[in-house]
Design a protein around this ligand. Structure first.
Ligand code: GDP
Ligand code: GDP
Length: 438
């Protein structure tokens, strides 16, 4: 089930960062052992009551260059329109309504995206409430007074936001076709791969109806089975600023990954694996998606009998937090191993949906505990009572223990390896939740 995407749009200094931080809380630094990912505050996973969504920050604007503020705001709003399910339009009660607000509000209204108008810096309802009424003039609905800094009114604002989330009907999803996102840095060959896959498999349905997001969905039929490919490369924006471009490409990646079952991370064989690849891989890893690493342009490098080994080592090193990822070496130009990609996709999806019976899991755990004593601290030893699988996509296990504090990361890793030894679970992350049993 993909999570809704929420974006914040507004002029400089209205409090976007403050609101972002208030909503994201501790979730900003994502997976701590994912290198490179924690640096950017571009998106965060937010949970509120029983709702989960991905919050994106469409980017900062330099406040002192007033002539470009509007054009940058438009750019920012366009990103939000392209990618988000709900947009929070943030205004500032102290600065009041200004012309740029109206222009951007017009743009948002025309897009027909759900917009929640929040008026920030209403630190005291008595003092500022009356001033919020002028924001009705924007014509994008009722202003919700908030104070991001003092966390006032945030709950009411989120109530409005979640009202616009797509309804989860609770029925079985009609569309069970696997969704595959092809992600990677610019120029690694994402479009070429999609084009080649389409060319060889003929059945094409581009721009599937209902695709509102800024990614092009392509249906490919192979051996009587349908696959939906989500291309993040298809549309290009003519951004001038490099950081903006990178931010935008990360936002696109997050939104595509969010919708996907399996992520194919494309790496350029000519460049080798880089920090930026690790950052992109981290996005899929955090979200528990199936992962295949495709080293593309394999035709373009000189090889000997050690080349595959060397590339594999290097990738395993840099992407050490995802040893489960499948690696394959392909060429979009010659078509080398592209058919094998489909086999890998099938396998990864199967593994994402694999369920292991509780009895078998407990046998494995008992055996593992006998082989390697659980850790202890200050005379107290970790006891593991029971393990059971509670979810798929990704496979998620709950382990009941006597004391959570004693469950070291390394021991969880050890148990994970034992489970993988028995069942493989290749291509998918596994999640472990540790619970105390009283
Ligand atoms: P951004 O440029 O839109 O990201 O705005 P910032 O989040 O950086 O905030 C701009 C300024 O407004 C900072 O000095 C914040 O401390 C201040 N600010 C943010 N939220 C509030 C609020 O709710 N009340 C008040 N009084 N100040 C706020
Ligand atoms: P994207 O930005 O990731 O979508 O990358 P493109 O598909 O636009 O490819 C970028 C460049 O790499 C183009 O010049 C392609 O012709 C080239 N390219 C893509 N795949 C391969 C490949 O498998 N081998 C070689 N030699 N070049 C490739």
């Amino acid at each position: 089930m993909s999570k809704p995407i929420v974006a914040i749009v507004g002029r400089p200094n209205v409090g976007k960062s403050t609101l972002f931080n208030a909503l994201a809380g501790e979730n900003i630094s994502i997976v701590k052992d994912t290198p490179g990912v924690t640096r950017d505050r571009i998106y965060a996973d937010v949970t509120w009551l029983d709702h989960a969504f991905t919050l994106i920050d469409t980017g900062g604007i330099e406040p002192d260059s007033s002539d470009i503020i509007l054009s940058q705001m438009r750019e920012q709003a366009q990103i939000a329109i392209d990618t988000a399910d709900v947009i929070i339009f943030l205004a500032d009660v102290r600065q009041g309504l200004v012309d740029a607000d109206s222009k951007v509000a017009d743009m948002l209204r025309r897009s027909r995206k759900p917009v929640v108008l929040a008026v920030n810096k209403v630190d005291s309802f008595q003092k500022f409430m009356a001033d919020t009424y002028e924001f009705y003039n924007l014509g994008i609905g009722d202003p919700v007074p908030i104070s991001a800094a003092s966390r006032l009114g945030i709950g009411d604002m989120l109530d409005e936001v979640v009202k616009h989330f797509p309804k989860q009907t609770g029925e079985i999803e009609e569309d069970d076709r696997p969704r595959i996102a092809i992600v990677g840095k610019p120029n690694v060959g994402k479009s070429s791969i999609i084009n080649k896959l389409i060319g060889e498999n003929r059945v094409i349905v581009s721009n599937i109806a209902g695709t509102t997001r800024d990614a092009i969905d392509t249906e490919v039929r192979r051996n009587g089975k349908d696959y939906i490919f989500i291309d993040t490369a298809g549309l290009r924006r003519k951004n001038k600023i490099k950081e903006e471009l990178e931010r935008y490409s990360i936002i696109r990646t997050v939104t595509a990954v969010e919708r996907a079952d399996v992520v194919i991370l494309v790496i350029d064989a000519k460049e080798g694996v880089t920090e930026q690849d690790a950052k992109i891989a981290g996005i899929a890893h955090e979200r528990g998606k199936g992962i295949i690493i495709a080293v593309n342009k394999w035709d373009a490098i000189e090889k000997n009998d050690k080349t595959v080994y060397e590339y594999t080592n290097k990738i395993r090193n840099i992407l050490a937090y995802m040893p489960y990822a499948e690696i394959t070496f392909i060429s979009a130009v010659t078509g080398q191993r592209l058919p094998k990609l489909f086999e890998l996709i099938d396998m990864v999806i199967q593994n994402q949906n694999l369920r292991v019976a509780t009895g078998v899991l407990n046998e494995i755990m008992t055996e593992a505990v006998a082989l390697q004593q659980p850790p202890s601290d200050k005379g107290k030893r970790l006891k593991l009572f029971y393990i059971t699988q509670v979810a798929v996509k990704p496979p998620t296990f709950v382990i009941f223990v006597n004391d959570k504090e004693l469950m070291h990361f390394s021991y969880t890793r050890y148990l994970e390896n034992k489970i993988r030894d028995a069942f493989g679970f290749k291509g998918t992350a596994l999640r472990f939740l540790i619970r105390e049993r009283k």
